[in-house]
Design a protein around this ligand. Sequence first.
Ligand SMILES: NC(=O)c1ccc[n+]([C@@H]2O[C@H](COP(=O)([O-])OP(=O)(O)OC[C@H]3O[C@@H](n4cnc5c(N)ncnc54)[C@H](O)[C@@H]3O)[C@@H](O)[C@H]2O)c1
Length: 270
Amino acid sequence: MIDFKGKTAIVTGSGRGIGRAIATKLAAAGASVMINDLDAAPCEEASAAIPNSAALAGDMTAPDFPQQLVDRTLERFGSIDIIVNNAGYTWDNVIQKTTDEQFQAMLDIHLVAPFRLLRAASGWLRETAKKENAEGRRVMRKVVNITSIAATDGGPGQSGYASGKAGVIGLTRVLAKEWGRYNINVNCVGFGLIETRLIQPLTADSKLEVKGRAIPVGVQQRVIDTMTALSPLGRKGTVDEAAGPVLFFCSPLADYITGEVLIVSGGMHF
Ligand SMILES: NC(=O)c1ccc[n+]([C@@H]2O[C@H](COP(=O)([O-])OP(=O)(O)OC[C@H]3O[C@@H](n4cnc5c(N)ncnc54)[C@H](O)[C@@H]3O)[C@@H](O)[C@H]2O)c1
């Protein structure tokens, strides 16, 4: 059993889906968790259901919000030991139909938001590690950035999404080097098809509301069928199966792993 007692985690986009499963598992293993989501209702609801948690609803792509999330977490819990950059959504189309706004939105949520959150936390993380190092104590801290096989394989119709998710792999590898001296492991977990609203069968009605705009969401049924049929485990993953490897990276079991990408897709690829 992994023990996260005394550790504080920030999990972005944890009002539902994979993020909520990660927050639930971290809390069950003893961590205090700061829940965040763009949507206030699931954010509050998740926090009410998860022990030792607090909620801060807000938009991770708003320039000042990541700093607020860091400040609120430190005020409430006094430390930041784990950061999981999970918030995200898809806004797909073939390149000739992809607007500037659409492409930029994908970079903003999947790459710029993780960059801003990690930069906002960097002051506290560095100062704290310097003190601990001076006292001869090595306290490991963890960053897990969520990516996708859309980035590592190239998801058709996902130029923006795949670029943002590939960009965060670059960010991960840079920070693994910059933050090794502060005893921070920085890794990525990349998913295949995990059962959440993002991969519901695509119909004319399947929409996601992001900042007042209805965005078509889902994957064509024939793509889901082909991908699952061709994959070794022959099925989609559950949110618990997605959260497990994230907890591994957050735990002491992964203290000597940094700058890596772990694909959690049941062997599925595009
Ligand atoms: N489900 C999959 O098959 C799959 C595959 C690969 C990668 N992923 C990635 O996993 C992560 C979680 O996705 P999920 O499948 O659980 O989807 P989900 O829609 O169930 O959960 C994502 C959460 O992120 C929140 N969010 C979106 N934009 C936000 C913003 N600007 N600020 C704060 N919160 C925001 C949403 O409100 C939502 O609650 C995403 O980064 C996604 O790209 C999912």
